[in-house]
Unconditional design. Structure first.
Length: 285
């Protein structure tokens, strides 16, 4: 399950190295659409640009990313609205065994406020917090995320940046899950706490070398096996919706760059595969 959260907040802990993440293109007679997988947290010294990517960005007249309304004020308001539950402490939903694991995970992740802060959260937010906290404390910077850098570059060039979803939609993909599914997500996160760094290192190395088969094996295969309903909700359904958006973009002439989380461009249910099902040809560059 931790792989699922990496799919949403895929982050890099690796140092500088030659990188060439995957880049795809779908075309018709007068439209070109590039597809690129992003990671949302990066250290300051990660180099991920390469000539084909730079040319695709330069040629594109607009950028689409997952969300653009992710300013701190909006995200804080959404987390308070959908992620906090003071009336039902989290530990009251857990077995004694899982309460012990929660306390240990909070210590290992150095969660601010410890288990007391997690206790005010709904299970989905606690799971996400336990995943993200050690990454940000390790020096990974959301401001350095690939999607943020792409947005800044396009805005500097005077090109529009648009969203495939809203921040509220993204949060509600998790917040609207039945409580049993949220608790399963949290238990999987607690179970995987100690192997998180190893998993993350492997995932990032696969992203940097553009190995979408390895990304699918490390992330999507495990997710599909352990939590098929969650996999369907967070990857398949969203990829299907995005494929319809991309197909609609093909009806307008021009060149567009679409950047989404790298896990969405890996595996048998990827965005590329959904486009192929709609009759579009997708080529790897």
């Amino acid at each position: 399950m931790r792989a699922l959260l990496f799919a949403l907040l895929l982050a890099s802990v690796a140092g500088p190295a030659m990188a060439r993440p995957g880049l795809w293109v779908v075309r018709d007679a007068d439209t070109t659409i590039y597809l690129f997988g992003t990671v949302h947290l990066l250290p300051h010294d990660t180099d991920w640009r390469f000539p084909a990517l730079d040319k695709a960005l330069a040629d594109s007249q607009a950028l689409y990313v997952e969300i653009v309304d992710d300013d701190q004020a909006n995200m804080t308001a959404l987390v308070l609205r959908y992620g906090m539950d003071m009336a039902h402490p989290l530990t009251g939903l857990l077995t004694p065994f899982d309460r012990d694991r929660l306390e240990r995970a909070a210590r290992l992740a150095n969660v601010p406020g410890g288990v007391a802060s997690l206790n005010m959260m709904r299970p989905w937010l606690a799971a996400l917090t336990l995943t993200v906290a050690p990454l940000t404390q390790a020096g990974l910077d959301p401001a350095q995320g690939v999607d943020r850098q792409l947005r800044a570059a396009m805005e500097k060039a005077g090109k529009p940046v648009r969203a495939l979803e809203t921040a509220e939609q993204q949060i509600r993909f998790l917040a609207d899950m039945p409580q049993a599914m949220q608790l399963a997500m949290l238990r999987s996160t607690l179970r995987d706490t100690e192997r998180a760094t190893v998993d993350l290192e492997a995932i990032i190395q696969a992203w940097k070398r553009g190995d979408d088969k390895a990304l699918a094996r490390l992330e999507n295969d495990l997710m599909r096996k352990e939590e098929p309903q969650l996999y369907q909700r967070l990857l398949v359904e969203r990829n299907e919706a995005w494929a319809r958006r991309v197909a609609a973009m093909l009806q307008q002439p021009g060149t567009v760059f679409v950047a989404v989380g790298a896990a969405h461009l890996a595996g048998p249910d990827s965005l590329q595969e959904q486009l192929e099902k709609q009759g579009e040809n997708v080529d790897r560059l």
